[in-house]
Each structure stands twice: as structure tokens, then as C-alpha cells.
Design a protein around this ligand. Structure first.
Ligand code: HEM
Length: 500
């Protein structure tokens, strides 16, 4: 099926009312844009940036592709046609180079996150580490939260990750026996949700034990889709908040907040009852209110962000990893052989020493990056030069991993899943890789994510050396076509694997 058709079907999964609302919204945008700023646009330095002529006057085409879950593919097409610098709208430019990524996402002077991030759901209207745009607010939250997420601190929770990976694979064994195949996507979703739930709240929602989707997981799934729309279309979401799609998303948000508040309160009660020996979580040391710690609201907010940012991302990466490895006999053989050599009591350190496993992870994160779309940032006041183009202050600039990871000069045959390309990676390959974002705003959960990916992959291929892609219930490659809003997910949200 062609990519256009894939996204048409994603678009058509929206209800009719939502589609009508979108059409009205587009019309309203065209009218308001035409009447206001034509003069300014004609004089803008962005007129000299390569790109479709229409993009210099309106961002309506970009918005249209975003709404259909097609923005990353559209921007990739533009890069192929116009080169590494492309005008996406009268105030928006996409770059596809390591030098631009380094400037935009630097460690010391990163550009501010774009205004779109204000539309990320926030508990009690407060900033969180993901959405914060003010560098000082972000720096304080990041400083407090990053300690427990460091590689050395995470050693203390390694047993939780390993036990949950084992349980996930045990549940797959059961499903394969009864159903003939296991939906690995579902089990990885339960796995990552349980891991981050337990590490945030002291106890998980026991999805792996329950073994079927409940309201909580359904809410999480909705939030992932809807957050993409909310970031892209805040006004639309507000104006048409009564429509079923948007109303349900708001309810899902509220329910997730309620779960978080209740869970944190429960954990606080546990600490109060036994202050010397609480189950450690990522927040245990941060309960000290005031300057040295996080307030109750900030902890709820952070836990909720962790759950939303840390469940789908890991689950979808794992799903594509299993699928891609199972499609290639030689890749599977090498990986199976390597993980089979582990002692039963293997640790994260042991897994880090497995070279081929590392290459499989790198290749999966390149080709099936969970957050592959542009990460919008604002050019600082006064403007600056990016890759030889003058960007006025306030211009939205972005780099997208989807294109950075498919630069043919750096990754020959970019669509080929070839872990060995990472055997001796060049500096260019490393510089162009940004599955976890970049600079000061890069993923805070990167070490946890790697730990989850390693334990889950090793356990899976030790248990299922003969894993194959199933054709049960009509499952095919078409199910795995990528749909990309802000996050990426497989079109039909399932991945069936069998093992003899
Ligand atoms: C394979 C798994 C993961 C991928 C591919 C991924 C990817 C990313 C990316 C690309 C960003 C930058 C977003 C931006 O600039 O707008 C990000 C930020 C973030 N991620 Fe992850 N992530 C993963 C797992 C996790 C996990 C397990 C957590 C759990 C805590 C997490 C929490 C966050 C947070 C809180 C931020 C915001 C950081 C900041 O702005 O300081 N992520 N992630």
C-alpha cells in the first residue's frame, strides 16, 4: 500500500465531525492569513530559502499533512526535492544537517522549544520538564530529575526492568500456545507501562499480570495520538472541544491525571508509614518540598510526563526491533547466537558488552525512531545564521530524525535494516543520529530506555530463537507501516510473532 493511502486511512479513522471541523479551520486560516501579513511575508528573508512557493505564503499545506499523520514524510519529500534547507511555512524552516542540529539543539545555548510545546497537557497548568519553554524553569526541573535517571542511579532499579522483561516474555509464551502467535506490540506496551509505572509510583498498574487492555492503557494510547493533534492544532482543539474525538481526549487526560494523583498519594502514605524503608522510586529523594526538591504537584506532573513519554516510545521501538530482526534470517541468527551465550544471571553491564545487540539497537533506533518528526524550536531574538541562511528572531526551525537518519550520503541504502553498518560508525553517522533528540533537551529517559530495550531483546531471543513473523489473522507487513504524528506507531497497532 502506498504511503499516501496509509495516511488517508489514518485520516479517515477520525470521525466525520472532526474532519468537517478541520476543513473549516483550514478555511479560516487561509482567510486570516491572506488578510493580515502578505506585506511582511513578501519582505521576509525566508523568501530566499528553497521550498515550494506556496510555503512562503501559508503553512496550510504543512498543517494538512500534519493532521493526516504525514508531516514527516512530506518534509522528507521536500528535502529530497529542495535540499537540506527547506521553507515549510512563512515562519518555519526545516534543516537536514548535523551542523544545523548542533546549533539548534546545543547543550550550552539551545534554542527555546517552540510555542507548540505550550499545548502539551500540563497538570494544574504547571510546567513540566518536557513542555517547559523557559530555560530557567527547565534547568531547575532537569537538574532535580536527572540524578535518579543517571546510569549509575538506575542500577538500583535494574531488577525491576529485568523481572518485567521476563514476565512479558512468559506471557508471550502463553499467548503463543493458546492463540498460535503473540501480539508483541501489546506485551511491550504492558511491559513499558508497568516499568515506568512502578518506577514512578512504587507500584505498577500490573498490566502484564492482567494481560488485557484496560481504561488506563486505552487512555494512554489515545493521549499519544491526540497529543500530536493538540500540539499541531491547539485552536482547533479548543474551538471544537465538544466533538467526540477531542472530548474523549480531554477525558483521557483528566483520567490519567487522576491516576497519577492517587498513585503518588498512595506512595506518600507508604513513606509516611515506613519512612526508613520505602520501595525506591525515581522520585523518592525528591519529595522534600521547596528549593531542594519537587512539590507534590511537580511530582504528579513529572510522573505523568514520564508515563506518556516513556511507554509508547519504548514499546514501539521494541516492536519494530523484533519485527525487523525476524524478517532477516542472518540478522536473527547472529543475535540469537550472541544472547544465547549469556549466563542466566546476566546484568545490564553484561548486555552492554554484546556488540551485535548494540548494533541492532542502533539500527532500530535509526530506521524506526519513535519520535522521528521535527522538533520545533524558536530562533533567539535578534536572529542568527543557520547553515548559511539568515533566520529572523522568532522563526520556527526544526530538524527531523526521520530525514537525518535517511541521508543517503551517510547511510547508503537507508531503508535497509543493516545492523552491521554500525560496526565502525563514522563521526558523521553519530552526528546525524538523534533518536533521543539533542543537547540540553535530549531525552531524560535514554538510559532507562536502553536498559529496557536490552533486557527485553535478550530475553525475547533467548526464549524464541525460532521466532518468525506470523500471518495469523491476516497479519502482514502492511500492519507495520509507520504512522507519524509527533510519535510514530505501526498503522494497525499490532505485531504478531510466532515461534516453533
Ligand atoms: C526508545 C525510547 C525513547 C525515545 C526514542 C525517546 C525520544 C525522545 C526524544 C526525541 C525527546 C526530545 C523531544 C523534544 O525535543 O521535543 C525526548 C525527550 C524526553 N523523554 Fe524520551 N524517549 C524514549 C524513552 C523515554 C523514557 C523511557 C522516558 C521516561 C522517563 C522518557 C522521558 C522523556 C522526557 C521527560 C523528555 C523531555 C526532556 C527535556 O526536555 O528535558 N523518554 N525523548
Amino acid at each position: 500500500m502506498a504511503k499516501e493511502q496509509v495516511f488517508d486511512s489514518a485520516f479517515s479513522s477520525l470521525d466525520n465531525m472532526s474532519r468537517t471541523a478541520f476543513s473549516l479551520y483550514i478555511l479560516q486560516r487561509i482567510l486570516s492569513e491572506t488578510e493580515t501579513t502578505l506585506y511582511h511575508r513578501a519582505r521576509s528573508p525566508l523568501q530566499s530559502v528553497p521550498g515550494p512557493w506556496l510555503s512562503k505564503w501559508t503553512s496550510v499545506v504543512l498543517q494538512y499533512h500534519w493532521f493526516r499523520g504525514q508531516r514527516a514524510f512530506y518534509v522528507e519529500r521536500l528535502h529530497r526535492e529542495y535540499g537540506p534547507v527547506v521553507c515549510l511555512g512563512p515562519n518555519e524552516v526545516a534543516f537536514n544537517s548535523a551542523s544545523a542540529a548542533k546549533k539548534i539543539h546545543s547543550y550550552t545555548r539551545p534554542f527555546r522549544k517552540g510555542e507548540l510545546y505550550s499545548n502539551v497537557a500540563r497538570y494544574d497548568g504547571q510546567d513540566n520538564v518536557f513542555a517547559a519553554r523557559d530555560p530557567q524553569v527547565h534547568a531547575r526541573l532537569r537538574r532535580l530529575l536527572s540524578g535518579p535517571m543517571s546510569e549509575s542511579s538506575l542500577k538500583g532499579v535494574e531488577h525491576v526492568v529485568k523481572a518485567k522483561a521476563d514476565l512479558a516474555v512468559d506471557r508471550m509464551v502463553e499467548e503463543m500456545k493458546t492463540r498460535g502467535a503473540a501480539d508483541v506490540m501489546q506485551w511491550w506496551m504492558f511491559f513499558s507501562t508497568d516499568v515506568i509505572g512502578e518506577l514512578s509510583f512504587g507500584e505498577s498498574f500490573r498490566m502484564l499480570e492482567i494481560g488485557k487492555k484496560n481504561q488506563y492503557v486505552e487512555d494512554l494510547e489515545k493521549v499519544a495520538l491526540i497529543s500530536g493533534l493538540r500540539i499541531g492544532f491547539p485552536t482547533l482543539m479548543k474551538i471544537f472541544s465538544y466533538l467526540p474525538l477531542f472530548r474523549e481526549s480531554r477525558n483521557a487526560d483528566l483520567r490519567l491525571q487522576r491516576y497519577a494523583i492517587q498513585s503518588i498519594q498512595r506512595y506518600k502514605n507508604i513513606i509516611a508509614a515506613d519512612p526508613w524503608n520505602p520501595t525506591p522510586t525515581l522520585f523518592t529523594k525528591l519529595f522534600k518540598a521547596g528549593e531542594e526538591g519537587l512539590s507534590q504537584e511537580e511530582i504528579v506532573n513529572s510522573a505523568e510526563v514520564y508515563i506518556i513519554a516513556g511507554s509508547d516510545t519504548t514499546a514501539h521501538t521494541l516492536t519494530y526491533l523484533i519485527w525487523a530482526v525476524c524478517r532477516d534470517r542472518e540478522v536473527k541468527r547472529r543475535l540469537v547466537e550472541e544472547v544465547a551465550g549469556l549466563e542466566e544471571a546476566y546484568t545490564n553491564e553484561d548486555l552492554k558488552r554484546l556488540l551485535y545487540l548494540g548494533q541492532v539497537l542502533d539500527e532500530t533506533l535509526r530506521l524506526f525512531c519513535a519520535a522521528p518528526s521535527g522538533l520545533p524550536r524558536d530562533v533567539p531574538d535578534g536572529g542568527c545564521d543557520v547553515d548559511g541562511y539568515w533566520m529572523p528572531g522568532g522563526t520556527t526551525v526544526s530538524t527531523q530524525a526521520y530525514s537525518m537518519h535517511r541521508d543517503t550520503a551517510i547511510f547508503p541504502e537507508p531503508e535497509k535494516f543493516d545492523p552491521l553498518r554500525w560496526e565502525n560508525p563514522s563521526k558523521q553517522m553519530r552526528d546525524n543520529s538523534m533518536p533521543f533528540g539533542g543537547g540540553a533537551r535530549s531525552c531524560i529517559g535514554v538510559h532507562l530506555a536502553y536498559m529496557e530495550l536490552r533486557f527485553a531483546t535478550a530475553r525475547f531471543f533467548r526464549a524464541f530463537p525460532n521466532a518468525n513473523i506470523s500471518s495469523l489473522e491476516g497479519f502482514s507487513d502492511e500492519d507495520m507501516e509507520q504512522v507519524i504524528y509527533f510519535l510514530m506507531f505501526p498503522k494497525n497497532k499490532r505485531c504478531l510473532i510466532q515461534a516453533s
